[in-house]
Design a protein around this ligand. Structure first.
Ligand code: URA
Length: 223
């Protein structure tokens, strides 16, 4: 498929961001058994039509999603995220930080604003924009029954709001805030990174509260 075709998933050798392409190429040499490629969206067991909430993270962690190939799998951020999703019925099974742990998403899909691991977890503005235009815009549009989006951190939040065709002032990034984007409700959270939880920027209770409200908004099973 042409890179300019509006598929929601980047090809394994996506060349659109030369810096990220070179970074991954270096890690392919060093760690040939790692995934080392753009990380695809994690879909619910029922496929695209089953996703009512989309969770948008920042980018794969080097030794997390970039190593394992599944968003938020293999680094600290995933433990809090997946435990919270299981608690509110957005995932079932056991999270064991391996892509073959059998964990299934329910009602939910997980993607990243930037699909390739960036050096030092810091994507550049052009990389965020390129990945948005090519992949985040079609990802947000691919779920026919989507009702809610949870954005994790300001970079993911701002790129998601832009991908919805809105100016940032329409839904400013504030932890715990909610905003309307047409038929979608956007829930914003601080990123569940180890740095944010270690420094107390984000407590487990603050994070859990966001997903409690998403569950209330969508109705159905949960805690
Ligand atoms: N892993 C991801 O896939 N995304 C993040 O934002 C952090 C860790």
């Amino acid at each position: 498929m042409s890179l300019l075709a509006r598929g929601a998933e980047p090809p394994r050798d996506c060349p659109l961001c030369p810096r990220l392409y070179a970074f991954i190429a270096g890690w392919r040499m060093r760690e040939p058994d790692w995934f080392n490629a753009p990380v695809p969206t994690f879909l619910p067991a029922g496929g695209e039509a089953a996703a009512r909430v989309l969770i948008v993270g920042l980018a794969p962690g080097l030794r997390g999603a970039n190593r394992t190939g599944r968003p938020f799998t293999g680094d600290y951020a995933g433990t809090l995220l997946y435990e919270t999703l299981i608690r509110f019925g957005f995932a079932r099974g056991r999270f064991e930080a391996r892509p073959d742990d059998g964990l299934e998403l329910v009602d939910a899909a997980i993607t990243n604003a930037v699909r390739c691991v960036p050096p030092e977890n810091k994507p550049e503005t052009t990389e965020i924009r390129t990945c948005r235009e090519h992949f985040l815009v079609p990802t947000v549009a691919r779920f026919p029954n989507l009702k809610a989006i949870v954005t994790l951190g300001k970079i993911a939040h701002d790129s998601t709001v832009r991908s919805l065709g809105l100016p940032l002032r329409a839904i400013p990034f504030i932890h715990g805030a909610e905003g309307e984007a047409g038929p979608l409700r956007v829930f914003s959270s601080y990123h569940c990174s180890r740095y944010n939880t270690n420094t107390g920027v984000l407590t487990e209770e603050m994070f859990v509260d966001v997903f409690r409200r998403v569950r209330e908004y969508l109705g159905g099973v949960g805690e």
